[in-house]
Design a protein around this ligand. Structure first.
Ligand SMILES: [Zn+2]
Length: 267
């Protein structure tokens, strides 16, 4: 075949090199930006909302973790629930969960429980035991979220939670508190958290942290029902790689998954 008349461009390897370096940098920064709670005492400073329009230091997301039937204990692929996030009046993952609960099959029930949407909460924090890492994102579940709110606002009177003095805005850069999160256990059913506050409020150690706040609304890209339907069916229209099929309704019993709910950070 002659190429004499064909028009085509010339690949610039230098430009590709820049793209390659960017990939390395992006993946390093996305890993670095999450703080992991270790067993024992963690010290965190929650930072204020990243945008003057936001009214809470916490950003709530409802996620479905779609696990492959081939790897039911895996992390799964997180997708925001379009229904709970009020992006749509329907959610194909929620519909799949309902269908499976309705069949009465133990295997379906197990898959349904793992696919149910769960609340994840994100906050900009500095790990006060390693402040050199700068501003990171802490993500946690309902259990710890409730403890944060109870410490800030005081526990609602009829919940039986011991009443402690409300601390107010712990995220305030001048009047906020360093919080101590005691973690016991690492698995879904044995992880417990206790939350304490430093004895007195303090200003943040480095004002530059306020310029490093992450836009928490961009952590999970919103996908529509067509995308979720494709992932449930075992495709990944965006990454085009792993097969995430959760298996058909009425399928075989997968081994039980011991999910690390409170720590389901994804990269
Ligand atoms: Zn849903």
């Amino acid at each position: 075949m002659s190429t004499a008349l064909a028009k085509y461009g010339t690949t610039d390897l230098g430009a590709l090199r820049a793209a390659q370096m960017q990939l390395v940098e992006d993946s390093a920064s996305s890993r670095a930006q999450f703080m992991k709670l270790v067993e024992g005492a963690n010290q965190v400073r929650i930072l204020p909302p990243w945008d003057p329009k936001m009214r809470s230091p916490f950003y709530e997301l409802w996620l479905h973790y779609i696990r492959s039937s081939a790897d039911p204990q895996g992390k799964g692929k997180p997708v925001a629930c379009p229904l709970k996030m009020r992006k749509s009046k329907t959610c194909v993952a929620c519909a799949d969960v309902r269908r499976r609960f309705d069949t009465g099959s133990p295997a379906d029930e197990q898959v349904a429980k793992a696919l149910r949407s769960t609340r994840r909460v994100y906050a900009n924090v500095v790990n006060m035991l390693d402040p050199s890492k700068g501003v990171q994102v802490l993500d946690f579940g309902t259990m710890l979220y409730e403890k944060f709110l109870n410490r800030m606002l005081g526990a609602p009177s009829d919940t039986g939670v011991p009443d402690v003095a409300a601390l107010g805005d712990i995220s305030h850069p001048e009047l906020g508190y360093t919080m101590v999160i005691d973690r016991k256990g690492t698995k879904q059913f044995d992880t417990k958290y206790e939350l304490r506050a430093a004895r007195s409020p303090s200003p943040i150690a480095d004002p530059a942290w306020l310029t490093q706040l992450h836009d928490l609304s961009t952590i999970v890209a919103y996908r529509d029902n067509d995308y979720i339907r494709a992932v449930l069916a075992g495709e990944d229209p965006v990454d085009g790689e792993a097969v995430f099929s959760i298996g058909p309704v009425g399928g075989a019993v997968p081994p039980p998954a011991d999910r690390d709910f409170e720590d389901a950070t994804f990269e």
